[in-house]
Design a protein. Structure first.
Length: 611
C-alpha cells in the first residue's frame, strides 16, 4: 500500500508527480504529499486525496526539476497532516517517502530519542529519516552510504526515495519487499511503485530487486546492493498501454473493468487454448507440468478475491485432474507451521503480485522444498519473480480497488491448468476436454449478453440500496461465487453481506431471513439445481427477497424469485465466470446509488503490501 513517485530531469517535476500520484491513488488515499527540490526542498502535504494536495499547494512555489511524491494508506499513525509523507529528518538534511513498514521502528525511535532526536509524526518513516540523518551527521559518510547503512539496521519492508540537501542533484531509491520501478528517459528518470505513472514518458524500465539501491542523477543511474556490490541495471521494455490505465468514458474504473471482461477473458486464453488443435498450452509452466501431474496435492495460497478464485480452483483440480487441493489464506498459512511436502505444488494467486502475506507464504513454501507456481496479473511484480514458474493472467491493469476482471482471469487460468493436467493424467475424457475448450471460446459472447442487461440490473439493484444486510448463496462451483458476491457488496457499499454454501443456511444463517433480507442466489442449471431450488423455497417460506442468477429460459425459479437475471448456459466448471458478473454489477450499482466512492472505498487499498 502507499504509492510513491519521483522525478529527476529537465522538466517541471510537479505536474509529473501529481499525475503519477493520481494513477497510484488506488494504493492508498489517506493523505498525499510532495517535495520539490529548488535551492532547498519544499514539502507540501495534507490529509486527503491528491486533489486536496493540489488545492493545498496552489499559489505556492511549485517549481523544481527534482521531486518526490507519496499517497498514503495509513499504518503507523492516523491519517492527518503530520503523518503525511514526505517526512523531513529533524535537522532538515533528508526528505523521504516510504512505502512499507519498518518493524523495529519503536526500538530505533527510542535510541534516536536518547540521542536528542524529536519526532513530529507517529510514523515509522520519520524514524527512518532521522536514522539516516543521525548516521550521516555522526560519521564522515556520503548521503548514499548513510542510506545504505541505515537500511542495514532496519527490519521490515520498504520502497524508499530520499533527497539529501547536500547532494541536490541526486535522488536515492531503495527497495526491499515493496515495489519500485524506475523509468529510464532521455536525460531524465521517473520512479514509481508501479509502471502506470511512467508509461506515458518511457517504455524502458528497471524493476528494483530486494536490497537494491539506485543512486540517480539526471544523466546517470548507479545500481548497487545495500552492501555496496555493484549491479548492472537490467532495462526491460514495458508492456503497458496508456489507454489501459484511463477510464475510457466510463464513470468509474470498476465499471470499465467489469465491461472489459469480454476482452480480458479472451486475452487470458489467447494463444493458450486452440480450438483447431484441441489443446491447452501454458508456456510459463510447461516444464513444471510433470511435477503437477505427479503432485501429492496442490496447496493454493491467496487473499481476498484471489482466495475466492482459489476456491473455484479447488473444485476444478479435484474434478478435472483428481488432485487433492487445500485452499489457504496466505496470512494463516504462513504463521501456522504448515506441513508442506516436497512433492506438493504450492500455487499462489495474486492480481497485484505484491500482497505481503502471499509473498511471505511463497517464501515459506520454497524453504520447504515444494514447487511454487504463481498466477499473477501484474507483469514483473514481486510474486512472479519469487515463484519457480507461473502464468500471467493478462487481464490488463486493474485500477478499481474492488477486483473484478482479475477474478475471472484467475479462474480462467485455473481452469486451463486443471484441464491440461487432467488430460495429461488421463482423468479428463477427450470429449469433455474438447467441450471445455469450445465453451471457453464462447465465453466472451456470453459475457457480452449478460452485460447487455446492464439497465435491468441497475433497476433491480435500486430496490436494495437501503438494505442493511444481504446474504449470498451458491452450491458447488457457485459457492465461491457467493463469497465473492458478498465481498464485492460489502467492500464498496458498506452493506454487511455474508456468503454461504446454500445448504449451510439451515445450520444458522436462516435465522436472519425475514422480509427485509435480500438473498442473492447463484442458481444456474447444474447437478445441484434441484437442491438449490429447494433452498430458494426455504428462503421464500421465510419471506426473504430472492434475487437469483439463473440459466436462460429457467421458468421454475422465475416463478419463485422476486427477480431473476438470466445468463447463457455453459458447463458447470466455467459457470463461475458468468454468474459472478451480475453480482459485480449489482454491487457496483448499489454502491453508486448509495453515493459511495466505488473506485476508492474507505479504508482499503488495491495492493496490500503490509501484513
Ligand atoms: C477485493 C480485493 C482484495 C484482493 C486481495 C488480494 O475486491 O481486491 O480482496 O483480492 O487484497 O490481492 P491480490 O490479488 O493483489 O493478491
Amino acid at each position: 500500500m502507499c504509492g510513491i513517485v519521483g522525478y529527476i530531469g529537465n522538466r517541471d517535476a510537479y505536474p509529473i508527480l501529481v499525475k503519477g500520484l493520481k494513477r497510484l491513488e488506488y494504493r492508498g488515499y489517506d493523505s498525499a504529499g510532495i517535495a520539490l527540490r529548488n535551492d532547498s526542498t519544499q514539502v507540501y502535504k495534507c490529509k486527503g486525496k491528491v486533489a486536496d494536495l493540489e488545492s493545498h499547494a496552489s499559489g505556492s512555489d511549485i517549481t523544481g526539476k527534482i521531486g518526490i511524491g507519496h499517497t498514503r494508506w495509513a499504518t503507523h499513525g492516523e491519517p492527518n497532516n503530520e503523518n503525511a509523507h514526505p517526512h523531513k529528518s529533524m535537522n532538515g538534511k533528508f526528505t523521504i517517502i516510504h512505502n512499507g513498514i519498518i518493524e523495529n521502528y519503536s526500538l530505533l525511535k527510542k535510541k534516536l530519542g536518547k540521542r536528542g532526536y524529536k519526532f513530529e509524526s507517529d510514523t515509522d518513516t520519520e524514524v527512518l529519516a532521522n536514522l539516516i540523518e543521525y548516521i550521516y551527521r555522526k560519521g564522515d559518510v556520503t548521503a548514499e552510504l548513510a542510506v545504505r547503512l541505515a537500511l542495514t539496521k532496519v527490519v521490515g519492508a520498504y520502497g524508499l526515495v530520499v533527497i539529501c540537501e547536500d547532494t541536490p542533484h541526486q535522488i536515492i531509491a531503495a527497495r526491499k519487499g515493496s515495489p519500485l520501478v524506475i523509468g529510464v528517459g532521455n536525460g531524465e528518470y521517473f520512479l514509481a511503485s508501479d509502471a502506470t505513472p511512467i508509461v506515458e514518458y518511457t517504455q524502458s524500465v528497471i524493476y528494483l530487486n530486494d536490497n537494491d539501491v539506485a543512486i540517480i542523477s539526471e544523466d546517470e543511474l548507479v545500481l548497487k546492493t545495500i552492501y555496496n556490490d555493484k549491479l548492472t541495471p537490467h532495462i526491460q521494455n514495458l508492456e503497458l498501454d496508456i489507454d489501459q490505465i484511463e477510464k475510457g468514458g466510463y464513470e468509474h474504473f470498476m465499471l470499465k473493468e467489469i465491461f472489459e471482461q469480454t476482452t480480458s477473458i479472451h486475452d487470458t486464453i489467447r494463444g493458450r487454448i486452440s480450438v483447431q488443435k484441441g489443446e491447452v498450452f501454458l508456456g510459463g509452466i510447461q516444464d513444471i507440468i510433470p511435477n503437477v501431474v505427479d503432485a501429492r496435492r496442490i496447496i493454493i495460497i491467496a487473499c481476498g478475491t484471489s482466495w475466492h478464485a482459489g476456491l473455484v480452483g479447488e473444485y476444478l483440480f479435484e474434478d478435472l485432474a483428481r488432485i487433492p487441493v487445500e485452499v489457504e489464506y496466505a496470512s494463516e498459512f504462513r504463521y501456522r507451521n504448515p506441513i508442506i511436502y516436497k512433492d506438493d505444488i504450492v500455487l499462489a494467486i495474486s492480481q497485484s503480485g505484491e500482497t505481503a502475506d502471499t509473498l511471505a507464504a511463497i517464501k515459506l513454501a520454497k524453504k520447504s522444498g515444494a514447487t511454487v507456481l504463481g498466477i499473477c496479473n501484474v507483469v514483473g511484480a514481486s510474486i512472479p519473480r519469487e515463484t519457480h514458474a507461473g502464468v500471467y493472467t493478462h487481464a490488463g491493469p486493474e485500477i478499481g480497488v474492488a477486483s473484478t476482471k482479475a477474478f475471472t482471469a484467475q479462474v480462467s487460468v485455473l481452469a486451463m491448468m486443471a484441464m491440461l493436467v487432467g488430460r495429461k493424467k488421463d482423468c479428463l475424457s477427450e470429449e469433455k476436454y474438447i467441450n471445455l475448450i469450445n465453451e471457453f471460446y464462447k465465453l466472451p459472447e456470453k459475457i457480452k449478453s449478460i452485460l447487455e442487461q446492464d439497465n435491468y440490473i441497475k433497476e433491480l439493484s435500486a430496490k436494495y440500496v437501503e438494505s442493511p444486510n444481504a446474504m449470498y448463496l451458491g452450491r458447488g462451483y457457485l459457492f465461491p461465487v457467493a463469497l465473492e458476491g458478498a465481498l464485492k457488496l460489502k467492500e464498496i457499499s458498506y452493506i454487511h453481506a455474508e456468503g454461504y454454501p446454500a445448504a449451510e443456511m439451515k445450520h444458522g444463517p436462516i435465522a436472519l431471513i425475514d422480509e427485509h433480507m435480500p438473498v442473492f442466489i447463484a442458481a444456474t442449471k447444474d447437478k445441484s439445481y434441484e437442491k438449490i431450488v429447494s433452498n430458494i423455497q426455504e428462503v421464500k417460506a421465510r419471506k426473504g427477497n430472492v434475487i437469483a442468477i439463473v440459466t436462460e429460459g429457467d421458468t421454475v425459479i422465475k416463478e419463485m424469485a422476486d427477480y431473476v437475471v438470466e445468463i447463457p448456459e455453459t458447463c458447470e466448471e466455467l459457470a463461475p465466470l458468468l454468474t459472478v458478473i451480475p453480482f459485480q454489477l449489482i454491487s457496483y450499482y448499489i454502491a453508486v446509488l448509495r453515493g459511495c466512492n466505488v473506485d476508492q472505498p474507505r479504508n482499503l487499498a488495491k495492493s496490500v503490501t503490509v501484513e
